[in-house]
Design a binder for this molecule. Structure first.
Ligand SMILES: Cc1cc2nc3c(=O)[nH]c(=O)nc-3n(C[C@H](O)[C@H](O)[C@H](O)COP(=O)(O)OP(=O)(O)OC[C@H]3O[C@@H](n4cnc5c(N)ncnc54)[C@H](O)[C@@H]3O)c2cc1C
Length: 431
């Protein structure tokens, strides 16, 4: 076994980031900006071209300014100020207007942009950065605490390695080897139905007049989620348990589904189709000594609401803000990392899990009385500017960021929670 260290002064061990997805890349960019040495380890040979997330919310665009990437994202993305809740039977239910948030944020819209572009932009910025050592095509197989930090074992193209660092950040996605190697529980549940995403270059707005660029469509039999990205339109629908993946993704099935939505003479040009298992799970702890979990490694949820990646980016910026302070000798390690673990787990449970679960239940509600009540509530919320603003602040994650801050020092967090860091206490700042 080879022992590997980055060529930095020995007194400066690197932070090891496992996973070069959008969350690991953001963590790496934050550390590199503060000149903290980083080893970034990714199992794929090149940055992934992943189509999953396509929505960036206001709070995330504000935070990504810290790594200097928001301007490019906005230039390449599609700003969407209005989105709709619809019903397959009743049509338009309510439209929400994010410009209601224009006095609170520089980004009063959802930015539609596929997550692979954030990975590309950050990779381009980091690949020549001498603080960062990138190891693509290298799979982490285990993690361990050491007397001076933490280490990972790696299967690299050159053979097995052990990489030592001050801290390990597990940003290695839902099946995180880092989390599993620590034995941290990932409780929750997996939806019986899977979600199919079909992307088409057909102009859905022309075929379905009146729709917005983002639309949640409720239906007791088959809900639908329609959204536009710069490259294509995407339609997302549920695939019942028991339907084989090959049948769900067969070209004739995809055509039939889309033609059922709106006839497209000549057929829909389909550029991508993926079937995903969907879960609601949160890691029991986001910290084990000097090993920290962020992004999908720490929490996963239904994509309805588009907050999974967004909250993962918030984890990355919160954690690395603290690590920079600790490494600079400006803050004590344990309170900082405990506060990260507490705040970010609390946001995952109270906001991300709660809201995505509610969004998913609302779309596939089968009880007619509850469906009618849901529609009435959405209409009333959208019609009242104060209620609509509160709804949008929460949906865009501005509320959780304003409430807890990002990288909030432990003393400040304790002050906000009334002198206790117990997450069960009422938070007076919440209002
Ligand atoms: C259908 C769908 C739509 C979605 N839409 C949205 C949306 O609009 N907005 C939103 O906020 N979220 C959305 N999400 C969620 C979003 O895609 C994820 O939250 C996001 O990809 C998480 O990023 P990550 O970097 O934590 O993990 P990942 O993107 O999974 O990246 C993990 C990286 O780690 C690497 N890796 C894994 N194991 C190892 C290992 N052992 N060693 C080294 N490297 C490893 C992987 O190759 C990968 O590159 C959606 C999810 C789905 C399924």
């Amino acid at each position: 076994m080879v022992i590997f260290m980055v060529p930095n002064p020995p007194e400066e061990p690197p932070v090891i980031v496992v996973g070069a997805g959008p969350v690991g890349m953001t963590a790496t960019a934050m550390l590199a900006r503060a000149r903290v040495p980083v080893v970034l380890i990714e199992s794929e040979p090149v940055p992934k071209t992943d189509w999953r997330a396509s929505t960036f919310h206001a709070a995330t665009l504000e935070l990504l300014e810290r790594v200097g990437v928001t301007g490019q994202m906005v230039a390449e993305g599609l700003p969407v100020p209005r989105y709709q809740f619809r019903d397959r039977r009743d049509g338009l239910v309510a439209e929400f207007d994010l410009t209601l948030l224009k006095d609170e944020t520089r980004y009063p819209y959802r930015l539609q942009l596929n997550q692979q572009h954030l990975v590309r932009m950050l990779h381009e910025r980091l690949r020549d950065d001498d603080s960062v050592r990138m190891m693509f095509g290298s799979r982490v197989t285990g993690v361990a605490g050491t007397p001076r930090g933490a280490s990972v074992t790696v299967e690299s193209p050159g053979g097995p390695l052990t990489v030592h660092g001050s801290h390990v950040i597990g940003a290695d996605g839902a099946s995180s080897v880092v989390r599993q190697s620590l034995g941290v529980a990932f409780d929750g549940y997996t939806h019986a139905e899977r979600f199919l995403i079909a992307s088409t270059t057909a102009d859905l707005a022309g075929l379905l007049p009146g729709i917005a660029d983002v639309n949640y469509v409720a239906d007791p039999l088959e809900w639908l989620f329609l959204l536009r990205t710069p490259e294509s339109w995407r339609a997302v629908w549920p695939v019942p348990a028991g339907v084989p993946a090959e049948r769900a993704t067969a070209p004739e099935t995809l055509q039939a589904q889309l033609q059922g939505l709106a006839p497209c003479p000549g057929g829909y040009p389909i550029v991508d189709a993926q079937l995903y298992n969907v879960h609601q799970r949160v890691a029991a702890s986001f910290r084990t000594g000097r090993v920290l979990l962020i992004g999908d490694a720490a929490h996963i949820n239904s994509p309805l609401g588009g907050v999974g990646l967004n909250s993962g980016i918030h984890d990355a910026i919160d954690l690395t803000t603290r690590l920079v302070r600790v490494r600079a000798g400006e803050a004590a390690e344990d309170p900082e990392l405990d506060t990260f673990a507490e705040i970010r787990r609390r946001v995952a449970v109270e906001y991300v899990q709660a809201d995505t679960r509610r969004n998913t239940e609302r779309l596939n509600e089968t009880d007619e009385e509850r469906r009618a009540a849901n529609r009435a509530e959405m209409r009333a919320t959208a019609a009242d500017p104060e209620r609509a603003r509160a709804w949008l602040r929460r949906a865009s994650l501005l509320e959780s960021v304003r409430r807890f801050g990002i990288g909030t020092p432990p003393e400040e967090y304790a002050r906000r929670t009334g002198g206790s860091s117990d997450p069960r206490r009422e938070d007076p700042v919440a209002g």
